[in-house]
Design a binder for this molecule. Structure first.
Ligand code: PEP
Ligand code: MN
Length: 328
């Protein structure tokens, strides 16, 4: 059961809890006090919002927070009127490679740098990323350019070791339902970019965000990256309808990754524009200085020149929609 209350209701809820055997947790979220209880139901005060918690998402939804949430990452507001672009390579391959791409994308509208250091590869024999060294490279270049970074973390140990070097933690599609990892990232309080699990429904994806929110982490951004379907002419199916549904259901900022569903650099720009039209507040785009030589996702990464053109078109569409693209 979830009970959201103002200050007046707190003592009433405490009373109900003291006379029941329910276990509970109290968190503060967006200026409200939230009690999460398990076991016996408790009596909620009259003006509190109380939900049984029967599998439907609550804390991520507009049913209790109607206004858009804005998440700040190193001074960049995600979820405001300006669309935020986060670009960079699929994987950090060397310091030179990351610095070159970071300089190029930052010059052309990327407010955040993306890069993978721990790569969740289907085969254990494929390039696995540079690990902590990759994150150190991202951190150094980020300091040099004054641009924050987002990178995927796959376990709690890496989170502990690298938390101070990362501005935003990415939870990848494959870990979208790793609930203990979500809880630990939730407790870290770090801004999180939460991908949808490639086999998950919108309801399951929002419930994953509840694992972060229910630890008191207010800095959650949802990132749609498409789903597996029967369609095999694209890498993943990118459903603009699901994206816009999430925008309606949730107050959380909404990002989209056009690169992984495309699987092909020729399709990335159109999917990026479709995402903005469907309400995305942020785009995460893969860019490589020399895509044919990339150690992962070679076919879908944009060249720096392709990114420059795509970024301009995103800017033009955003303006037509009465939005902007965030620039420092
Ligand atoms: C990524 O963005 O590097 C990535 C692996 O994406 P996903 O988890 O969506 O496959
Ligand atoms: Mn990739």
């Amino acid at each position: 059961m979830i009970v959201v209350t103002d200050d007046k209701g707190i003592s009433k809820i405490k009373e109900s809890l003291s006379s029941s055997s329910a276990s509970f947790k109290r968190i503060s979220l967006y200026g409200k006090t939230v009690f999460l209880t398990w076991g016996d139901e408790i009596k909620a005060p009259q003006n509190a919002i109380s939900v049984k918690g029967d599998g439907a998402p609550v804390l991520s939804t507009r049913s209790w927070k109607s206004d858009n949430t804005v998440v700040e990452v190193g001074g960049v507001p995600i979820g405001s009127n300006d669309v935020v672009i986060a670009a960079g390579p699929c994987a950090v391959e060397s310091e030179e490679q990351f610095r070159e791409v970071a300089r190029g994308v930052a010059r052309n509208g990327s407010a955040i740098l993306r890069g993978g250091a721990f790569k969740p590869r289907t085969s254990p024999y494929s390039f696995q990323g540079l690990g902590v060294e990759g994150i150190r490279i991202m951190h150094d270049v980020s300091e040099e350019l004054g641009v924050p970074i987002v990178t995927e973390i796959m376990d709690a140990e890496t989170l502990r070791e690298c938390r101070d070097m990362i501005d935003m933690v990415q939870i990848g599609s494959r870990n979208a339902q790793n609930f203990t990892l979500l809880q630990k990232v939730g407790r870290s309080g770090k801004p999180v970019l939460l991908k949808n699990g490639m086999g998950n429904t919108v309801n399951e994806w929002l419930n994953s965000s509840e694992y972060l929110l229910s630890e008191g982490n207010e800095n959650v951004v949802l990132c749609y990256r498409g789903v597996k379907s029967f369609e095999n002419s694209v890498r993943f199916s990118f459903d603009a309808g699901s994206l816009t549904r999430v925008k309606h259901l949730s107050h959380l900022p909404l990002a989209a990754d056009p690169s992984h569903p495309a699987g092909d650099s020729d399709l990335v720009e159109s999917i990026a524009l479709a995402a903005v039209a469907a309400g995305a507040d942020m785009l995460e785009i893969e860019v490589h200085p020399d895509p044919p030589s990339a150690k992962s996702d070679s076919a879908q990464q944009l060249t720096l020149e392709q990114f420059r053109i795509t970024s301009e078109r995103i800017q033009r569409l955003a303006s037509a929609l009465g939005r902007g693209v965030w620039k420092p």
